[in-house]
Design a protein around this ligand. Structure first.
Ligand code: GLU
Length: 461
């Protein structure tokens, strides 16, 4: 079998969101799981809407998610000469023809067709046929170039998601493939690229399904067989609308800033249109082992923020603490807080109660920066009656060994000396030392905290 070659071909118009990046994940996964090649191609021919900032987010987002490409990025704007050379070849082979119909004439044609309840389409006025005489060429008008779409018959393909699709050629009019200034149009560039890059599998959003029969006809006119196509159903947002920047979709890189893990994102995005039985949580390696084009879903997938958080929490729990710590450290750094060698153990203690590294950093912060006790909890737990108890504890903690067992013994002795039960002491200590009464076991928390800081916070009561 020839090497599989897939591509992600985003248009850098607006910041790439989760709905778009899924169209990178699947071709990447398919290439990786088949030992193939994954290519990045930037479709930047829409000069007005494309921006370098959008390209940067694409590249940064893919890098963050670990969707590494083997070839590219190729920029369509840098391939103009190549498209023009192919256009020239097609012109000399008689595969295209100039069309001088003006915009006003085209509009009039469309209106006539709409009035007659017909589908608006170019009527072939300028298409040369044997025995047909063409209208006189108007002076001073630059023509567009139209592709001579085959007449009669059907274009068909077996879509890996949608199954067999057949379109009658009579439905397809002669596509404009070069503008009056000679610049090539979108569908044509895609075909030239897919040929030159020897793409074997096109995996893309189903908003392109209407382009596919036209692209297949151009492939064949150029003497090439089209690749395998898989058109992915749309990703809907939580409101059930197509996900887009306009209705609030976030740039991919924002999820990094909000504390999501790349492996969790890959896991979540993978399930947004593909399945492996009922498996919900899996590693990147498992995903690559399981991924194929036979289990792509046919119906639109809906984004679910709570589900994403849950998936992230599952990955956070199982991620090794040594790997987690640098991510938490990066979150702390953004707040100007510097962590130290204790951080992996802090992660171990708190990660079960967190769903993002931002939440974990919030806990870790109490070990490296001042805490402000929650006012309500302070009023409830740090009462006048408990102050002498806190003093007893502080004096015991001042000179015990600084490990869990010794701290636990100091707490128990204090409770015994005052005839109290654990929560009556544990709650105020937590509020003072960690800022909140809801923490893991007190001895485990204190052990990781600096002794002097604990004593200072108890005495500040
Ligand atoms: N540039 C197109 C887009 O961003 C994708 C084209 C393709 O994958 O063929 O929607």
């Amino acid at each position: 079998m020839p090497t599989t070659r897939t591509r992600f071909a985003p248009s850098p118009t607006g910041f790439i969101h989760l709905g778009n990046i899924r169209s990178a994940l699947y071709p990447w996964a398919f290439a990786r799981s088949t030992g193939g090649v994954f290519i990045l191609r930037i479709e930047d021919t829409d000069l007005e809407r494309s921006s370098q900032a959008a390209v940067d987010v694409i590249i940064e987002g893919m890098k963050w998610l670990g969707l590494d490409h083997d070839e590219g990025p190729f920029y369509q704007m840098q391939r103009m000469d190549r498209y023009k050379a192919v256009l020239a070849d097609m012109a000399s082979a008689g595969l295209v023809y100039p069309c001088y119909m003006s915009v006003a004439e085209l509009d009039a044609l469309r209106e006539k067709q709409m009035a007659a309840k017909e589908k608006p389409r170019y009527d072939g006025t300028w298409r040369p046929e044997t025995g047909k005489s063409l209208p006189p060429v108007p002076e001073g008008v630059k023509p567009v170039l139209r592709f001579k779409n085959p007449q009669g018959g059907v274009v068909a393909w077996d879509d890996k998601v949608k199954g067999r699709i057949e379109i009658s050629n009579d439905e397809l009019d002669d596509l404009v493939i070069a503008r009056p200034d000679g610049t090539p149009t979108y569908n044509f560039c895609v075909v030239v690229d897919d040929i030159d890059m020897a793409i074997t599998h096109v995996i893309r959003g189903d908003d392109h399904v209407n382009n596919t029969p036209r692209q297949i006809n151009i492939f064949r006119a150029l003497g090439k067989e089209p690749p395998v196509y898989a058109h992915l159903p749309t990703v809907l947002n939580e409101q059930g609308e197509k996900m887009s920047k306009r209705n609030g979709a976030k740039p991919v890189t924002q999820y990094r800033d909000e504390g999501y893990l790349p492996d969790a994102m890959v896991n979540y995005l993978a399930r947004l249109g593909w399945s492996h039985g009922d498996d919900e949580i899996f590693s990147r390696a498992q995903f690559l082992e399981w991924f194929n084009l036979d289990h792509l879903g046919r119906s639109a997938a809906q984004f679910d923020d709570a589900k994403l958080r849950w998936v992230n929490a599952q990955h956070l729990k199982t991620m090794p603490d040594e790997a987690l710590a640098p991510l938490v450290s990066a979150q702390l750094e953004k707040q100007g807080v510097v962590a130290d060698a204790r951080l992996p153990r802090i992660c171990a203690l708190f990660k079960d109660r967190c769903d993002t590294t931002v939440a974990l950093a919030q806990w870790a912060r109490a070990f490296y920066a001042d805490v402000t006790p929650n006012a309500e909890e302070h009023a409830q737990h740090v009462t006048a009656a408990v102050r002498p108890v806190l003093n007893t504890l502080a004096s015991k903690l001042a000179d015990c060994a600084w490990d869990k067992a010794a701290i636990s013994a100091a707490i128990k002795e204090t409770l015994a000396a005052h005839g109290l039960k654990m929560p009556q002491l544990a709650m105020p200590v937590r509020v003072l030392v960690m800022g909140t009464a809801q923490t893991p076991s007190l001895d485990a928390v204190l052990e990781l905290q600096d002794r002097e800081i604990v004593l200072a916070r108890l005495q500040a009561a």
